[in-house]
Write a protein that binds this ligand. Structure first.
Ligand code: 13P
Length: 327
């Protein structure tokens, strides 16, 4: 049995190596770049030219001068890259890789909410569809949501679609009234307070870091709440040696790679985003081979959505949250 598993592993390794080689070849042929979100599978992060959080990837999409962006993430991320970079071909290797949170707000409902609160500005989390971005005053990611809300003259803010991020922003900007949409990330909300309590019992010295898409229960007990990119910075600056990571499992790959002297624990085996995990090396190869699946946003919607994303990028200014690597 052991022998069989060992030989299987060898086969797996060979398979991964040969696909990686093929991807490098095709990438050159297509003049393409591979952008990878921090929640992707380890072997996909390993082939990244640029990896990072939603904000870093949006910024990188603006700057890149290749012909093709292969976006290993979910649909709204590829859509944002295409909105910001309309002349480039943006490919999403698996067309079904969506985001249930993004689908929790629609244009008609948002228009109705605006009518209800005409004095409010609409801030739209990047985890949303292009039509909703087009209807919003400004975009934000979990990295810059607080800064974006603070920058607005309006006292009232309609925040779509994530109620947990909205709650986090409200705690940081108490002088404003945040009207939270009722959306949530189905992966982050599975994390329960008791998961953290259990993990803390086993690893009492560990600090708890959580993503703001986690529920209020988790936000209340976490030592630090931040976006995936900020987690890297926080871990580097912290004196702690052990960390309980309250976000999607993919984060552990780069955290471990960049911090070999520190230990990271996932407090729940359910912290796995099924959409993020759809992308495999095989699909990336196919994507470059056949140039599929192109993500394009109708011009009228893209132009309006771009305004809200560009306003957001202006507020954040130049940062360097992305990891530039490449194979
Ligand atoms: P960030 O990487 O921007 O923190 O966002 C995480 C996320 O939930 C993406 O869907």
């Amino acid at each position: 049995m052991t022998h069989h598993m060992d030989s299987m592993k060898k086969e797996d390794k060979k398979y991964i190596e040969s696909l990686t080689k093929e991807i490098v070849r095709l990438k050159k042929k297509r003049n393409a770049i591979i952008m990878v979100h921090n929640y992707q599978r380890d072997e996909i992060q390993n082939i990244a030219d640029i990896s990072g959080d939603s904000l870093a990837l949006s910024e990188a999409a603006v700057k890149t001068n290749v012909d093709v962006i292969v976006f290993c993430g979910v649909h709204f991320m590829a859509e944002s890259a295409s909105i910001l970079n309309p002349k480039k071909k943006v490919l999403l290797p698996v067309k079904e890789a969506g985001c249930p949170l993004a689908d929790m707000v629609g244009v008609e409902e948002l228009r109705a909410k605006r009518k209800e609160f005409p004095d409010a500005a609409v801030v739209c989390y990047v985890n949303s569809n292009a039509e909703v971005k087009a209807e919003s005053d400004i975009g934000c990611t979990s990295s810059n949501a607080v800064a974006v809300v603070r920058s607005l003259p309006n006292k009232r803010i309609i925040f779509v679609p994530d109620k947990n991020l909205a709650r986090f922003v409200q705690s940081q900007v108490p002088e404003k009234e945040i009207i939270a949409w009722e959306g949530f990330c189905p992966t982050h909300i599975v994390l329960k307070g008791e998961d953290i309590t259990k993990a803390k019992k086993i690893h009492p010295k560990a600090e708890v870091i959580a993503h703001p898409e986690c529920s209020s229960e988790i936000q209340d007990i976490a030592d630090h709440i931040c976006s995936t990119a900020s987690m890297f910075k926080y871990v580097k600056s912290s004196k702690a040696k052990e960390f309980i990571i309250g976000t999607e499992s993919g984060m552990l790959y780069k955290l471990r790679k960049e911090n070999p002297d520190k230990i990271f624990y996932l407090p729940s085996e359910h912290l796995v985003c099924p959409n993020m995990k759809l992308t495999t090396l095989g699909w990336v190869t196919r994507s470059l081979e056949l140039m599929v699946h192109e993500v394009k946003v109708p011009k009228k919607i893209a132009e309006r959505a771009r305004v809200s994303l560009e306003k957001m990028l202006k507020i954040t200014g130049e940062r360097s949250g992305a990891t530039i690597s490449g194979v």
